[in-house]
Write a protein that binds this ligand. Sequence first.
Ligand code: WTA
Length: 654
Amino acid sequence: MSESNIESILQEKRVFNPPQKFADHAAVRSMTEYQKLYNLAEQDPAGFWAKLAEKELHWFKRWGKTLDWQPPFAKWFVNGKINISYNCLDRHLTTQRRDKPALIWEGEPGDSRILTYAQLHQEVCQMANAIKQLGVKKGDRVGIYMPMIPEAAIAMLACARIGAAHSVVFGGFSAEALKSRLQDAEAKLVITADGGWRKDKIVPLKDAVDQAIALDVPTVQNVLVVQRTQQEIAMQPGRDHWWHELKAEVSSNCPAEQMDSEDLLFILYTSGTTGKPKGVVHTTGGYNLYTHMTFKWTFDIKEDDVYWCTADVGWITGHSYIVYGPLSNGATTVMYEGAPRPSNPGCFWDVVEKYQVTIFYTAPTAIRAFIKMGDEHPNRRELSSLRLLGTVGEPINPEAWIWYHRVIGGERCPIVDTWWQTETGGFMLTPLPGATPTKPGSATLPFPGIVADVVDLGGNPVGENQGGYLVIKHPWPSMMRTVYKDDDRFRRTYWEHIPPKDGKYLYFAGDGARKDEDGYFWVMGRVDDVMNISGHRLGTMEVESALVSHPAVAEAAVVSRPDEVKGEDVYAFVILNGTHASSDELKQELKQHVVKEIGAIARPGEIRFTDALPKTRSGKIIRRFLRNLAAGEELVGDVSTMEDLSVLDQLRQG
Ligand code: WTA
């Protein structure tokens, strides 16, 4: 976050009470009610969740023990039998929801589809049978590399239905990034599309899958291809199959597999502090319950709501709050393929108007981009259907919050600023919109059942308004279970950074925060080597590895610098190999190389060639100084540990 953002968040004092009209009809309608729930959960967490699990979900067989906690490994609803696809689909079919729109989809070129619960169920069953026919069995892993089309959700639900774990890879990742994720997951099948629409261009997804497999993913036996853009693509006989052809052959009867509560539901790769992304493991029962409850209470969902989350299904937000949370609640979820683009800066507001969206959930970076595009775009549309707004992905600067509240929400919609992570599965800190007074820039208070705190490195709570590390003190149902195939990394990254306190394990989130005089949490951003570029997580080491894989690069150090719209932008310091001379062409080539290795989200905004990097005597790069330099600020901190002070002068002179 930039200095000015931090400044404005530190000074923010405004409080917005839930509008009375909203609170009157909300599920949780006062702070007294919130406090009651919170206390109930704190006194008896297992009992609290068990009661909700019984009431809110369908179980084929009841569990035994609610929580088995062998720190840092948790099991929830032990030996219970459940299927999340059943909870998202089948159980609604015997109710009035059968013919209610489950998924409203709008394509970027303006085409659209509406699938009722009955129709979505049928398509999911068909895809489940198709992937079974392609040899996928319970326990196998399936890669999903899709544009934002209904089949992306259908593919996830089809995997869940037969007990195969999905690993969705964001369609903006490159073939190289796709390869390493498919390799790590040992995917047997990949579900993709010929292409997808993104900012008036076709993204050639199937080509990338071909390249990834050719690069070395021997486990992939088949590729299932959805026809979306209809451009020419190569189909390898025997390996590649068109979805519309298989669909015509398979039955639409496919009972949901009875899964163990702790069976693997999905792996989702996310960036960490090393070059290698982590496979975050989520299992079935606890994830189903927690995403269900957080969706229900945080969005205060009503039967006739039309809910739209603008994330991509390739991220956790898409998993938990486009697909599983909304469908488990029988809600109508909107999915939009496109993004605001010069040819259509008002496209989001058209979607709100066209489908009478009532709940809208997006990222601060998008809000800042809307502000830049001008108020005339939202002002020209009818947005009065909206009743609740949400944000996620990064700290929201109060100016953006106020604009969102005024221009999009017409000053009548509460805003839920939800803090959470791929690892947490669902919201951790969030207002409940009918109860919690909000403060612009604060994710407010923990969801009932979540015990959060701000501590120092020794695990001791810090004082009021003191900065520290955000931790969670008690296991919760949708917590990640481990790093795929790497229990040790799981333990080291999340549970040992801050040592257990009095025998109690603290989950270390990697974020800095403070708690104010009302107990409100203010998340300040990452404290590790993870950047947040337009709300997307990206490891500095990942970009560094991409850069040094180019033959011209001897060494690279990557930091982020503040960016008005993206929040942060990638800034790379590069030392070239002796034989290569610096030039603008080479800069462009290196930027392109990073795009090829990771994807467009990682493209450095700036590359600076240098002869040396500031290092400690033991050879560690001092990123703090590089961050100051990248932001054009004075160097802060102690220089006495530096090996060679002249490096700084050189870098300062640029
Ligand atoms: C950041 C996205 C402040 C935070 C759901 C976290 C936030 C990382 C917020 C997780 C918020 C997310 N306020 N910061 N409301 N929401 N973050 O795994 O740094 O893609 O650790 O999950 O995003 O990113 P991830």
